[in-house]
Design a protein around this ligand. Structure first.
Ligand SMILES: [Zn+2]
Length: 366
């Protein structure tokens, strides 16, 4: 039996692929912009939705335009802390118990935060940690929430988070290496949760192997990786993510079954088997893919989700950007269920996959 959207909201869920800078509340964006004197095309939520943060975008550049505004608004430590705090609450209010927001602190550097990555990670940690403590208080004091959670043995009984720090694909190999070195030195002198790395940015033309030295370092020092791969390049990009970066999860992976990216069937079968054997989960971002990949023609049924599922791959539904993609984890799951005729058991196994594929080091639980 399928679930209603209201029922899905109550199911415990995870969001393992979500960019903090694409997931700030529009009301806060307006507040931040006023404070920092950033010009916005509108100062109402409705106006911003009409002009910038749309349901459909004509192409990737239009989608990326949103980040110009959100990133400018986040170049301020107080704003970052507030955005992280609100993001945690928005997730919890959608029934999400595990969030792994990702961001690249180096994109937020300016004179106000003293060009210092540590200050940025600290501000985000403050917001996430404060929200998480409050949320866990709420969970502990509510029999209704506890009884609901008890129905799902695969779900965590508490709210938790970690940070994922992005390397940008278009950086030079020397820059990505020194960034990792800097993150490691911050980790040594603080207790900031620096455990997980992502590779984001333009996939085509900037392969994982370009950053081999940086990834060798992460492999040596036990940092866990998820890599955006198979979104704007073919299956060979996923292979590199696993072989060079030792990725434990793959962001998108949608081109694994895209005929525009031809790949020998035998090698594809090998790759799929390797992902299954090593429990490498694909973070599926259905709405985001529809908005940025014109070949899907905005039709969810054109997405290769069903092929991924039928191939036996581990899949976890994610938002990518709650604000820019105007979605929630519950809406993503509902859309998948309705488009691909998923059963209730299918839905539950997708959610269980999210909890099993969490990056295990927890930032704090009190
Ligand atoms: Zn992403």
């Amino acid at each position: 039996m399928a679930y209603t959207l209201e029922e899905i909201k109550k199911l415990p869920k995870t969001d393992l692929h979500v960019h903090l800078d694409g997931s700030i509340r529009l009301s806060s964006l307006i507040e931040f912009a006023r404070k920092l004197k950033i010009e916005l095309p509108s100062y109402t939520v409705e106006g911003l939705k009409e002009l910038v943060f749309k349901d459909q975008y004509k192409d990737l550049p239009e989608y990326l335009e949103c980040f110009g505004y959100t990133c400018a608004a986040l170049m301020d430590l107080e704003n970052l802390e507030q955005a992280a705090y609100e993001f945690a609450y928005d997730a919890f209010n959608d029934g999400v118990y595990r969030i792994e927001p990702r961001y690249c602190p180096s994109l937020m550097l300016n004179e106000k935060n003293l060009y210092n990555n540590q200050n940025i990670i600290t501000a985000i940690e403050k917001g996430l940690s404060k929200a998480s403590k409050e949320i866990n208080e709420t969970i502990r004091s509510s029999d209704e929430i506890k009884n609901n959670l008890d129905q799902y043995p695969w779900a965590d009984k508490e709210f938790s988070y970690t940070h994922i720090l992005c390397i940008m694909r278009h950086w030079s190999p020397a820059d990505s290496k020194s960034y990792i070195e800097e993150l490691l030195s911050i980790r040594e002198k603080t207790d900031l949760p620096i455990h997980n790395i992502d590779l984001a940015g333009p996939e085509n033309g900037f392969p994982v192997s370009l950053h081999k030295e940086a990834f060798d370092l992460t492999n040596k020092l036990g940092l866990t990786k998820t890599i955006h791969a198979g979104e704007a390049a073919g299956p060979e990009s996923i292979v590199e993510a696993i072989e060079v970066a030792n990725a434990k999860r793959i962001g998108h992976g949608v081109n694994l079954f895209n005929p525009n990216y031809p790949y020998p069937e035998e090698k594809k079968a090998e790759l799929i088997q390797k992902m299954i054997d090593n429990k490498i989960c694909i973070e599926v971002c259905l709405t985001s893919n529809l908005q940025t990949l014109p070949e899907l023609e905005m039709k969810p049924e054109n997405h290769s989700f069903k092929k991924m599922l039928d191939a036996g791959l581990l899949l976890s539904p994610c938002t990518d950007n709650t604000t820019v993609s105007n979605t929630t984890v519950s809406e993503e799951i509902y859309k998948m269920q309705e488009t691909f005729n998923l059963s209730g058991a299918n839905v539950e196994s997708l959610l269980a996959c999210g909890f099993r594929s969490m990056f295990r080091v927890k930032s704090q639980i009190s």
